[in-house]
Design a protein around this ligand. Structure first.
Ligand code: G3P
Ligand code: CA
Length: 251
């Protein structure tokens, strides 16, 4: 985390890795985030046709690889056969869609991991599978490791909270209707983080999230102005494509 004198600390979360500098959700992007001293990497988890958990944002491979098709309709070997780097520049060619277990093994203990379950409604049972991978590695004990699980899918996060009661859970939203006191109270029954788009963040929202004993991480910073705005709003974590934009001196 970056801190400066008496200023409150803010966690710097590299969105899909340092996605502004390297192809999102690849080893190149996660290594870049570590090199830039991010506190967390954010990863999107889905599942291959043959049941492997993989790291990719879209539910198709069309945008971020040289192949086409739905993630859920391709086997792990098929997914691995495509190039997940060259769309962003030839210097990244050869990057592969990572496996979830590979990322846990490579980065836990080195950097925090903010795990997003992406479109879990397409992957029945994915919560149990993610929980198993964490338990196998003793990563379900938050005092040892910086691990958080988040999703736009609230029922999925309720399930994660019951499977992994010690792992912090976050709810993602860009909807103002999720920011009422009533909604926040309901989230606080199972979530530790309320994680909104920065477009709906206000100082009042930050204060009310804190009054329900939750933290607030906001996304996605792609400009210096957005980073400075979130610092001034006193959020607990900033999820950014550009980790270097988060500079507490701008608070
Ligand atoms: O971590 C928050 C952010 O990743 C949510 O949006 O679409 O980038 O997964 P998205
Ligand atoms: Ca995400």
């Amino acid at each position: 985390a970056v801190s400066n004198g008496n200023l409150k600390q803010v966690d710097n979360v590299a969105h899909r890795g340092a996605a502004g500098y390297a192809p999102e959700n690849t080893i190149a992007a996660f290594d870049k985030a570590v090199e830039m001293k991010a506190d967390y990497i954010e990863i999107d988890v889905q599942r291959s046709k043959d049941g492997e958990l993989v790291i990719i944002h879209d539910t198709t491979i069309n945008r971020t690889t040289d192949g086409t098709g739905q993630v859920k309709d391709l086997t792990f070997d098929q997914l691995r056969s495509f190039d997940a780097g060259s769309w962003m520049g030839e210097q990244f060619s050869g990057e592969k869609i990572p496996a979830f277990d590979e990322i846990l093994d490579k980065y836990h203990g080195k950097v925090g991991i903010l795990i997003e379950l992406k479109a879990p409604e397409l992957y029945p049972g994915i919560e149990e599978e993610v929980a198993e991978e964490l338990k196998e590695r003793n990563l379900d004990k938050p005092q040892n490791e910086k691990i958080i699980i988040q999703s736009f899918h609230f029922d999925s996060m309720k399930k994660i909270n019951s499977l992994l009661p010690k792992v912090p859970v976050g709810v993602l939203t860009s909807s103002i209707t999720d920011t009422t006191d009533e909604a926040l109270k309901e989230f606080s029954m199972y979530a530790d983080y309320f994680n909104p788009s920065y477009r709906i963040v206000t100082k009042d929202l930050v204060n009310r999230v804190h009054s329900f004993d939750m933290k607030i991480s906001s996304w996605t910073v792609r400009s210096q102005e957005a980073a400075d705005f979130l610092l001034k709003m006193d959020v607990d974590a900033i999820i950014t494509d550009y980790p270097d934009y988060v500079d507490p001196r701008n608070k």
